[in-house]
Design a protein around this ligand. Structure first.
Ligand SMILES: *[C@@H]1O[C@H](CO)[C@@H](O)[C@H](O)[C@H]1NC(C)=O
Ligand SMILES: *[C@@H]1O[C@H](CO)[C@@H](O)[C@H](O)[C@H]1NC(C)=O
Ligand SMILES: *[C@@H]1O[C@H](CO)[C@@H](O)[C@H](O)[C@H]1NC(C)=O
Length: 822
């Protein structure tokens, strides 16, 4: 089977018709630890043969393999720009006969957002390497119903045989050669009619969810021969949705007596009981479900039994995950797909569903009996400050489709949620002391979509704007943050920027997707604390943001309300002279200067963003992506576009196109190779191929810094920032695999703890920033102390900086310090 072709890298400049050279340099790439997952985990699969072997699949960040210490190792980091859709894993199968084999159905979307067909990725070495088998249709790893499954399964008696259930009406497919080639099972009677929302013109919710799951009944056959009995669940609502074959897939019939009211999410075999457990929900998931059921199908007797754990008003959700304990036949668990309030719910039965016990119950409202102790020490941000979907602090979770008990260890269980993986290793206590340990156990899983990154010259080295989980000040690159940004708390932060001369002053913007209200926030302590920008109009959100060098002016290219500007916390006003699609940037030295670009035009403002004037041309560019500014030189700007990388040293009056760069996306400037030299320039770009590059000579020569093992997914979706303090270090924010930081080989390893120090006093975390270079006026000597509540500092303040007795000069913001009672 062919290996993946490495991306071509030009090593001999003499072969190039251009006056530039591209070499490559080894970089060490690691995730910046957010920890705890950060996104939906729709599937977890244990191998039934090799103890402890398990995989988790995600919808936007690839798949992971479980380690003995409960942490996870990513498997699909090689996916590069051409293979970004590998990070959408719609199904995963681990081979019961040859445990080293793993198959994954990958592809992100079946609508136009993903132009590529899907593929089955085949590994024969536990996921260290993969070979793709191309499918003649799309796969939707991030589509509705992605938690149903698994829709890919290996025959446990004859492991060269696999079945895969497609979406989009493409039907059921079979391979007889370990997944290398596939043919449609034309005798299968249904391709699935269920569509979540036919009116969705994007095609996302209006596609057929298709075949939901494939379950071999191993007990119907014998080792070495194809398993005769196979159950297949289909996303049909109100018509037959569970089929069976008894001849290995030649002919199929509806399983008699089935209840077709809801969609079958899972069909899990309990071999010793010869029973099939089916969870149902009234929607495809993962966000919906207000009704559902759980059924047990007795295969020998051909009878169905409704074993739904709750009824009446207690049933306000559908069911997702189903787990059976292979070691203890009759012990089963089911998860409410979405019990949004007060928390998720899981039920356990030790008598095949005749009776159940819940994970929590009411002890006189509002008190809850929680039959577990909860630990999220590996990802403390999942706790109280995490952007929660309803009031109250959820511990159990939501979007619970993946629920599994280790088939070789009854104490070991795991489940996926909308935010993380949880589980424990003392599950049998549920049946004895009725109190188990529940742990957030997604260490190693970094499944976030990064929207913006900054690396200021002082204070913590990295701050992030993150999809779905807000964003963080990363005071360490190797330890999970204790809390995300709050006040305001948004699900998604769209962008973040710092003031060049007051780097502790930071602005972030939200997308309006969780709470209404102000979608601009300011921090004067490097993101440790925030306050809403009250000059922002309600319900205006999204876009990009830039803050002036002194921190006084915020320029905001909103999502759909044009470009707006505010100085000194005044109300935002429209900036008519900059197109509403413009990319924007602030100068890092001169407070009045901002930049913009749209189409092939570059714009300059010298009046704090009030007005912009068109300057030089960006060649034939139609869509600028990013403007970055040399932090040491006002007017030295770079613009990446669909037509290349453009440089101006005269505030955009004229530009030169960078030789050899045909396309560029995220760009960044970092610490120079030599003190006083030009900042190191980083680019996600097409320079004889798409990759990540660094130039130490302002774009003349380039080194490729990513390798075959680190593709970073879609180049156009990623963000970059470079460290102004550490030469060679760059941070790449991906669309699904979190943040990576890379250090060049041959350079002494820099510290991973960033410059801020954190002290904890009686439960309150205080982050103390190192001294910053600011423009605060020199300490005036010989002036009398300021009086009670008088001003005692701030940008431009030339008055007293001490206070009368009994008062202490207290920092309020960069413009104002005040004498408050000691
Ligand atoms: C099928 O399931 C629905 C929903 O649980 C239930 O209301 C209905 O009574 C069931 N039908 C039969 C025939 O059991
Ligand atoms: C289970 O144990 C935890 C930790 O000791 C405790 O907080 C909780 O109250 C216990 N649950 C019940 C229902 O006793
Ligand atoms: C913001 O949106 C909410 C919900 O749609 C609406 O109730 C409110 O009136 C809006 N506020 C403004 C200022 O438009």
């Amino acid at each position: 089977m062919p290996k993946f072709a490495l991306l071509a890298v030009l090593t001999a400049a003499a072969l190039s018709p251009f006056a530039y050279a591209v070499s490559s340099q080894t970089y060490t790439w690691k995730n910046v630890k957010i920890g705890g997952g950060g996104g939906f985990v729709p599937g977890i699969v244990f191998n039934p043969t090799e103890k402890g072997l398990a995989y988790a699949r995600t919808d936007i960040g690839g798949a992971y393999k479980l380690n003995a210490d409960n942490s996870w190792t990513p498997l699909l980091d090689f996916a590069d720009d051409a293979r970004w859709n590998y990070w959408g894993v719609d199904a995963l199968a681990t081979d019961p006969v040859q445990p080293a084999l793993i198959h994954q159905a990958t592809g992100m979307y079946t609508n136009s957002w993903d132009p590529n067909n899907g593929q089955i990725l085949i590994s024969t070495d536990y996921g260290k390497t993969f070979t793709p088998s191309r499918l003649p249709f799309k796969v939707g790893g991030n589509m509705p119903g992605r938690g149903m499954g698994e829709r890919l399964a290996v025959d446990p008696n004859s492991n060269g045989i696999l079945f895969f259930g497609a979406r989009s009406g493409k039907g059921l497919w079979k391979s007889t050669n370990f997944g290398v080639t596939w043919t449609q099972v034309t005798s299968f009677p249904s391709t699935g009619t269920y569509i979540p929302d036919a009116s969705d013109s994007s095609g996302y919710n209006s596609d057929k969810v298709g075949i939901a799951w494939v379950t071999f009944d191993k007990t119907s056959g014998s080792s070495g021969s194809a398993t005769p009995r196979i159950f297949v669940g289909v996303a049909n609502k109100g018509s037959t949705n569970i089929y069976v074959t008894t001849n290995g897939g030649t002919t199929w019939t509806a399983v008699a007596g089935q209840n077709t009211t809801y969609l079958p999410h899972k069909g899990v075999l309990s071999p010793a009981e010869k029973a099939l457990y089916v969870s149902y929900s009234d929607g495809a998931g993962p966000y919906d479900g207000t009704l559902g059921a759980v059924y047990r199908y007795d295969i020998a007797a051909s009878t169905w039994k409704d074993i739904t754990p709750v009824s009446g008003s207690d049933l306000y959700f559908g069911f997702g995950g189903v787990a059976v304990d292979i070691q203890k036949p009759g012990t089963i668990m089911v998860a409410a797909l979405n019990s949004w309030w007060p928390d998720g719910q899981i039920y356990r039965s030790t008598n095949s569903g005749a009776t159940w016990t819940p994970f929590w119950d009411w002890n006189g409202y509002p008190n809850m009996n929680k039959y577990y102790s909860y630990t999220n020490s590996l990802a403390p941000w999942l706790g109280p400050n995490y952007v929660d979907v309803t009031p109250g602090n959820k511990q159990i979770g939501w979007m619970m489709e993946a629920l599994v008990i280790n088939p070789l260890d009854s104490n070991h269980w795991l489940y996926g949620t909308g935010a993380t993986i949880q589980g424990g290793r003392d599950l049998l206590k549920w049946d004895t002391t009725r109190n188990v340990s529940l742990n957030a156990w997604a260490d190693g899983i970094e499944e976030t979509a990064i929207q913006g990154l900054i690396s200021p010259p002082s204070g913590p080295s990295l701050l992030s704007a993150v999809g779905d989980i807000g964003g963080f000040t990363h005071t360490s690159l190797t330890a999970a943050p204790k809390a995300g940004f709050t006040n305001p708390t948004w699900a998604t932060a769209a962008d973040i920027d710092f003031a060049g001369l007051n780097p502790a002053t930071v602005v972030r913007i939200g997308t309006g997707d969780s709470t209404s209200g102000k979608q601009v926030a300011l921090s004067y302590d490097s993101g440790a604390s925030w306050s809403p920008h009250y000059g922002a109009a309600d319900n205006v959100s999204g876009g990009k943001v830039a803050i002036s060098a002194d921190g006084a002016t915020v320029l905001w290219r909103t999502g759909s309300n044009g470009v707006q500007v505010s100085s000194n916390s005044a109300a935002f006003t429209t900036v008519p002279s900059l197109p509403s699609s413009a990319v924007i940037a602030s100068d890092k030295k001169t407070a009045t200067v901002f930049y913009g670009a749209s189409g092939s035009s570059f714009y300059l403002s010298t009046d704090s963003g009030k007005t912009f004037a068109a300057k030089g041309s960006l060649g034939s560019s139609t869509s600028p992506v990013k403007i970055i500014v040399n932090p040491g030189v006002t007017g030295d700007v770079w613009v990446s576009t669909d037509k290349g990388l453009f440089h101006s040293t005269n505030s955009g009056t004229s530009f030169s196109a960078t030789s050899g760069v045909t396309q560029a996306w995220a760009i960044a400037l970092g610490a120079p190779a030599k003190a006083g030299g030009y900042p190191a320039l980083f680019a996600a770009a097409n320079i004889d191929g798409i990759g990540y590059f660094r130039s130490d000579d302002a774009g003349v020569n380039w080194v490729k810094i990513n390798d075959a093992a680190h593709g970073f997914g879609s180049a156009s979706a990623n963000v970059l920032t470079a460290d102004p303090r550490i030469y060679g270090r760059v941070y790449i924010g991906t669309n699904g695999r979190g943040i990576f930081y890379g250090d060049a080989s041959g350079i002494a390893p820099p510290p991973t703890t960033t410059a801020a120090t954190t002290t904890t006093t009686s439960g309150t975390t205080t982050t103390t920033m190192p001294p910053t270079t600011t423009t605060t006026s020199a300490n005036p000597t010989g002036t009398a102390p300021a009086g009670a509540y008088g001003q005692c500092g701030g940008t431009g303040w030339t008055g007293p900086t001490t206070c009368v007795s009994g008062y202490t000069c207290t920092y309020s913001n960069p413009y104002y310090s005040q004498c408050v009672p000691s």
